[in-house]
Write a protein that binds this ligand. Structure first.
Ligand code: FES
Length: 103
């Protein structure tokens, strides 16, 4: 299911935004003209990644609870205490809109 999450201008670079669509919580991160979408739930414990910080240079988001890092690109864990990836969803900018493909 393709979901329009709003205009690109509503997303500031490197600021995680929580969005809920199709009964899923998604964290969206903008990096210039690119957008990433990950499940908004740390794989370590049930905590929203949208509460964390993004390092666009490293391409990572940090969980605010215990500091685990995940790659924006594929949700892979980069540091402990997380050992499992978080789900990612195809995301793109289409006609100035942020569009995410959810299962
Ligand atoms: S809940 Fe995210 S690192 Fe522990």
């Amino acid at each position: 299911m393709r979901v329009d999450l709003g205009g690109l201008e509503q997303f500031a670079d490197g600021v995680p935004v929580r969005a809920t669509a199709a009964q899923r919580a998604v964290v969206v991160v903008r990096s210039g003209e690119r957008v990433y979408a990950l499940e908004d739930r740390c794989s370590h414990e049930d905590f929203p990644l949208s509460a964390g910080e993004v390092d666009l240079d490293a391409g990572e988001i940090e969980c605010a609870r215990h500091g685990a890092l995940f790659r924006l690109e594929d949700g892979a864990p980069v540091s402990l205490p997380a050992t499992r990836p978080v789900a990612t969803f195809p995301a793109q900018v289409a006609d100035g809109r942020v569009v995410v493909e959810l299962p």
